[in-house]
Design a protein around this ligand. Structure first.
Ligand SMILES: Nc1ncnc2c1ncn2[C@@H]1O[C@H](COP(=O)(O)OP(=O)(O)O)[C@@H](O)[C@H]1O
Ligand SMILES: [Mg+2]
Length: 275
């Protein structure tokens, strides 16, 4: 479906992503994990056309999309959210989703904001797409609430709706549960699972190991811009290279402690399951 061959990008002297080869399997949830600065968000930027790789190729459904502008990548069916929530707090949830749809499907922001003839014709389509997207994330009741007045979790849902408004085949979520509490995380996890159950291919970057372990069918691990492991949650959480990457001093101390606890808990859970 979506394949990447030897993909890399260099910023000055910093090789942020290097030699990553593999593919996203359709119809499942893939998680990308790795310590801070591993290159996860950069990898999403490459897959979604926001950055152009300095090496390698990206192929979507047989087509080379490596050099395509982002709105063409979106049109083919790849949508993403950003690590920091990028919504307009002074607009309603629905207006956000409409704007998200227009900006992402146009070559320029001006096209989206100025009322050109084409734009007016497409207005109704944007509104329908936006409303459908809000429904998919369970926000139809809050469609007319100002985004700034919504809970943190609902704001996360709005940012997912912005991406869904383009009706993607693949949804890339960059840390969707950052900054929300455990209960909200469980609710958001359920929504992501439902989206996947509805046939959407989901790729998610996440630090919350509990969320990854309950959602991911497949995990890819990045470290220093390189893929160091890939496999089922059980395989990856036992992989010595992964444990070393997390516990070997590269992660910040509090992250390290948290991940260590999560990995131990996960190992115990898997142990009791397979006993
Ligand atoms: N636009 C950019 N310009 C320069 N360096 C960048 C840029 N984007 C990312 N990087 C660098 O790429 C590396 C990986 O960052 P990132 O992908 O954000 O990591 P992660 O999401 O895994 O925490 C970091 O060293 C970061 O500073
Ligand atoms: Mg990141």
């Amino acid at each position: 479906m979506l394949a990447y061959e030897d993909v890399g990008i260099r910023f000055g002297g910093n090789q942020a992503v290097q030699g990553v080869t593999g593919s996203i399997t359709p119809g499942i949830i893939t998680a990308i994990i790795g310590p801070n600065g591993a290159g996860k968000s950069t990898f999403f930027n490459l897959l979604s056309g926001f950055y152009k790789p300095t090496s390698g190729r990206i192929i979507f459904e047989g087509q080379d999309i490596t050099r395509l502008p982002t709105h063409e990548v979106v049109a083919l069916g790849i949508a993403r959210t950003f690590q920091t929530t990028t919504i307009y707090k002074e607009l309603s949830a629905l207006e956000n989703a409409v704007l998200g749809h227009r900006v992402r499907t146009k070559s320029g922001l001006w096209d989206a904001l100025l009322g050109t003839g084409r734009e007016r014709r497409e207005g109704k389509a944007s509104l329908d797409a936006a409303y459908t997207a809000l429904k998919r994330v369970g926000l139809e009741q809050q469609a007319h609430v100002l985004a700034g007045n919504l809970t943190q979790e609902a704001q996360k849902r709005v940012s997912i709706a912005l991406a869904l408004a383009t009706n993607p085949k693949i949804l890339l979520l960059d840390e969707p549960a950052a900054g929300i509490n455990p209960e909200e995380t469980v609710n958001l996890t359920r929504t992501i699972r439902e989206l996947a159950a509805g046939g959407l291919t989901v790729v998610l970057i996440e630090h919350k190991m509990s969320m990854i372990m309950t959602l991911a069918d497949h995990i890819m691990v990045l470290h220093h811009g390189q893929k160091i492991a890939e496999g089922s949650p059980a395989q990856v959480s036992r992989d010595p290279a992964v444990i070393e990457a997390y516990l070997g001093g590269h992660a910040a101390p509090h992250v390290r402690e948290e991940l260590k606890a999560d990995l131990e808990q996960e190992a115990a859970r898997l142990g009791s399951q397979h006993a």
